[in-house]
Design a protein around this ligand. Structure first.
Ligand code: GTP
Length: 305
């Protein structure tokens, strides 16, 4: 049969689902809300997904953990594992890692994410390949992951969020990009009144609310102490401000400690939009200056640079 070098895109689009359905390779597509919109039989079988169903990635992982099928999840605190993994999932345009399944297979999984947050997952069975160095490779993947995670909150750490910011500043064309610096108010007093462990729980509460308040394509992380940073791409300054006002409202409503049901806390924020060609350091320093203004103006607010 002669090769048709100029197969029209539409013909290719008609061919691909059939080919992918039969493929031994695991293939699945997640939308920007991390819901599985399409998967082939190999993917459904390996990850214990009912064919034709559309669970979110979190629901898939919950199912794997509860039924001990599909992906092996080694943790004694599943909810913390899920929150931590979700906060870093889909933030890189491409990544690959090896993962094991309850049936004993090893899968080399790749994730390709487009600028809207849609993700293509392709996985190959590598059970019989390069067994010798698998432990080493898995340990390397774990160490790489740990170096980007804040141990207390499970969200990304300074290094993670700074790398994300630099990559996004370098890669963007005309898309607006905003940086938020957030700092808990009078946090020393919270530590003094409920103890260090109580203070830790408040930090985790804010990490969760910040994470919940932003979209999957955005990133946030803990810079250290009681300071956090978020990077919002594709939103104007006023849209980013609205997002943060909602986060501040959720903070005001939160009562993070069951042992101190009356305890609430507040957060101050500084928000800056990147000027064309502006380096990360200058952008952060403008957001920091706005945060300082927020503190001076009475805290519990978001000030625009
Ligand atoms: N529980 C807990 N406390 C921390 C952690 N890291 C830093 N802190 C405490 O956070 C407090 C920060 O205090 P300050 O920098 O004085 O700021 P603040 O009391 O929040 O006051 P403003 O920022 O001006 O509103 C210090 O008491 C630190 O010990 C942590 O991981 N856990």
């Amino acid at each position: 049969m002669a090769l048709n070098p100029s197969l029209p895109l539409q013909a290719l689009a008609e061919l691909l689902p059939g080919l992918l359905s039969q493929a031994q390779v695991l293939a699945g597509v997640f939308d920007a809300d991390d819901r599985l919109v399409w998967a082939n039989a190999a993917f459904c079988e390996a990850l214990a997904v009912v064919p034709g169903s559309h669970p979110t990635w979190a629901e898939m992982m919950r199912h794997c953990h509860a039924t001990q099928r599909g992906t092996v999840i080694n943790t004694d605190d599943f909810e913390a594992w899920l929150a931590s993994a979700a906060s870093r999932r889909g933030k890189l345009p491409y990544r690959q890692f090896e993962t094991d399944l309850h049936d004993g297979r090893w899968i080399l999984m790749t994730e390709t994410v487009d600028e809207r947050g849609w993700m293509l997952c392709l996985g190959s069975d590598v059970s019989d390949l390069a067994r010798d160095h698998r432990e080493l490779r898995v340990a390397r993947d774990q160490a790489q992951r740990a170096s980007l995670v804040d141990a207390l909150t499970g969200m990304g750490n300074r290094s993670f969020v700074m790398t994300q910011l630099s990559q996004r500043l370098a890669g963007r064309l005309d898309t607006p990009l905003c940086v938020v610096m957030a700092d808990l108010d009078h946090f020393k007093q919270i530590n003094d009144s409920v103890g260090h462990a109580g203070g830790d729980a408040v930090l985790c509460d804010f990490a969760r609310l910040l994470q919940q308040g932003i979209r999957r394509v955005d990133v946030c992380g803990r810079m250290g102490g009681e300071e956090f940073m978020a990077v919002l791409e594709g939103l104007s300054l006023s849209e980013a401000e609205q997002v943060m006002q909602r986060v501040l409202a959720s903070v005001r409503a939160s009562r993070p400690l069951a042992s101190h049901p009356e305890l609430s806390y507040r957060v101050s924020m500084g928000l800056a939009q990147a000027a064309p060609g502006e380096p990360a350091a200058s952008l952060i320093s403008r957001a920091d200056a706005a945060l300082y203004q927020a503190k001076r103006q009475g805290r519990d607010r978001c000030v625009l640079a």
